[in-house]
Design a protein around this ligand. Structure first.
Ligand SMILES: [Fe+2]
Ligand SMILES: [Fe+2]
Length: 213
């Protein structure tokens, strides 16, 4: 994507467009949903509700990832970092679409708070992005590491027989690990401990509220 040729106004329009697509529409995935290879399990009502709630949390995590990376990209210093961030955001679109599809299959809904999370995450992305690129990329590394850890926990929390949701989470987890490695190789620095703790705490607020709303 020739992002270096875009003006600041172009980038603002792209960001608003992405925000509307991430929060209000159905994103179009580039890859086939991995859950398609699995048969639908017989789930009880409470198991379906639990799976839908966990997948809603994962969906909101992806909404936040899009917003973070686009916020960072908007103010990135180098075109190399900007391109890497736009690519990272684009790759998260598959996750967004897969989670949304699974939530619909389970009869659930995406979080009503997504617009709020998008705006908040975009603001955090801007703050991370105005720092040196090595910190901005370090923020991507830490975000992806925390998301991967969280997804691994969801693999244990999901109802045992819900293979469809698990396949999606497994694939996402693999991708997030790869995203972390890519950002590290691009020059991401290890963030200070208290920043990592702050990130984990805000993620906790998001995951706890989104599970219910
Ligand atoms: Fe993701
Ligand atoms: Fe990711």
């Amino acid at each position: 994507m020739p992002v270096t040729k875009f003006s600041f106004v172009d980038k603002i329009i792209m960001t608003i467009d992405n925000g509307i697509r991430a929060v209000l529409t159905e994103p179009i995935p580039q890859r086939v949903n991995p859950a398609k290879l699995e048969n639908e399990a017989l789930l009880t009502k409470s198991e379906r509700t639990k799976s839908a709630a966990l997948m809603r949390v994962n969906h909101t995590g992806e909404v936040c990832a899009q917003a973070l990376y686009l916020g960072q990209a908007l103010v990135a210093k180098s075109s190399f970092t900007r391109t890497a961030l736009y690519q990272a955001a684009e790759e998260e679109t598959d996750h967004l679409a897969w989670c949304q599809e699974r939530i619909q299959e389970l009869g659930g809904h995406t979080s009503y708070l997504n617009p709020l999370w998008y705006v908040g995450s975009f603001g955090i992305g801007l703050l991370a992005g105005i720092l040196e690129d090595k910190w901005s990329l370090g923020f991507v590394v830490e975000t992806e590491n925390q998301v991967e850890k969280h997804l691994k926990k969801h693999l244990q929390d999901l109802p045992f027989q819900d293979r469809k949701s698990k396949r999606i989470v497994e694939e996402m987890s693999k991708d997030e690990a790869h995203h972390a490695i890519t950002a590290k190789r691009a020059g991401g620095s290890d963030l200070p401990y208290f920043i990592k703790r702050m990130m984990a705490l805000s993620a906790k607020v998001m995951t706890t509220t989104t599970y219910y709303i």
